[in-house]
Design a protein around this ligand. Structure first.
Ligand code: PMP
Length: 358
């Protein structure tokens, strides 16, 4: 009875389960199975003595490193508490009652929650393709600004750079913003970073949660024209001046500078993914290989809900979404080779048992 109408009626995003560390093989939230760069620990320890002070207002040390790596200026970089927070600030910064936002019907399910939370009118573009998992670019561009996950989740499919370019062009002509969420680009996507100088309406959002193995640190960043970055800073400074604490700033800087390590981890994950995909196909799974650190597959003969539960009984956690159009799909994060071998052993056991036939 004390809650506002908005909070009573909003549909909050539902994150994947976080069981006690080590209690399960956790393949449900697309975390990186490898530890972060060794440089992270030292950076955090060295920063402890600064905890007495408030952190830098715009995570300047981290932003400076990102700018140098990307060949941009610090005015072109924004940092937030996970890319979730960076994405959330995009809604009040770039959209309003008159500038609606649009995203694909099947994409990161936080986008509609953000739109509702910030009272931004939004609409979704229907998917297309044989299995209904492809983005319909034309439908997406039918009005309003756009938030696009590229590669997309949960499909794991990526649009080529040329398509993103033409989307940015169309939206620029209409005076609207294109936000490209590149959470998974390091596992096979093409980044829209090279388009930034040309398109002042294009914002690229990244995270350290996936290829930098730092989901627990909560750091994400955005690259774009200084005008867009200023908009994000205005949103942030109206809400929380210090979303990144000093330990996160120091650790994120150390991680992002260890380019070689992140690249090597991503390569290992891609190799494991490609091997696992072939193995899954041999066992009757259906679906495309992905450009991400997860696969989105269904079994040709068995129900998704049953497979999910059987895996859980064997202490293997994958992700399944309740939406009817994808209810038989499992989203499987790519773990270490050993974890994926264990998943295959469990699947062999389960599939031989029979179970619910489609
Ligand atoms: N975008 C997409 C498409 C994601 O799947 C995720 C991870 N759940 C995020 C953004 C957010 O990642 P983080 O807040 O950890 O940076």
């Amino acid at each position: 009875m004390f809650l506002s109408k908005k909070i009573r009626t909003i549909e909050p995003y539902v994150p994947g389960e976080q069981p006690r560390p080590g209690s399960m093989i956790k393949l449900n939230t697309n975390e990186n199975p490898y530890p972060p760069s060794k440089a992270v620990k030292g950076a955090i320890l060295a920063e402890l003595e600064n905890l007495r002070l408030y952190p830098e207002i715009n995570a300047e040390r981290f932003i400076q490193s990102v700018a140098e790596i990307e060949g941009l200026r610090p005015e072109n970089v924004f940092a937030g508490n996970g890319s979730d927070e960076v994405l959330s600030f995009c809604f009040p910064a770039f959209f309003d009652e008159k500038r609606h936002v649009r995203f694909p019907a099947l994409s990161y399910s936080f986008y509609p929650s953000f739109a509702q939370f910030f009272s931004i009118p939004y609409s979704t573009a229907p998917m297309k393709g044989e299995d209904g998992l492809d983005i319909d670019v034309e439908a997406l561009l039918s009005g309003g600004g756009v938030v696009l996950a590229n590669p997309n989740a949960p499909s794991g499919r990526a649009l080529p750079l040329a398509t993103v370019r033409s989307m940015a062009e169309t939206l620029l002509a209409r005076g609207e913003v294109l936000v490209v969420d590149e959470a998974y680009y390091a596992f096979g996507g093409e980044s829209a970073r090279p388009l930034i100088e040309e398109f002042p309406n294009l914002l690229v959002v990244r995270t350290l949660s996936k290829d930098h193995s730092l989901a627990g640190l909560r750091v994400g960043y955005a690259l774009g024209d200084a005008g867009l970055i200023e908009g994000l800073r205005r949103a942030k400074d109206s809400f929380n001046s210090y979303p990144l604490d000093c330990l996160a700033i120091a650790a994120a800087k150390a991680a992002i500078e260890d380019l070689e390590y992140a690249k090597a981890c991503a390569e290992r994950i891609v190799a494991t993914r490609d091997w696992f995909y072939a193995e899954a196909m041999k066992r009757g799974f259906i679906g495309q290989n992905s450009k991400t650190n997860f696969l989105f597959l269904r079994h040709g003969k068995k129900q998704g809900a049953w497979l999910f539960e059987e895996l859980k009984k064997r202490r293997i956690l994958v992700r399944r979404f309740g939406r009817p159009e994808i209810e038989d799909y499992l989203r499987i994060s790519i773990g270490t080779r050993e974890q994926m071998e264990e998943l295959l052993r469990a699947l062999d056991e389960i599939l031989n048992e029979g179970g619910k036939v489609l």
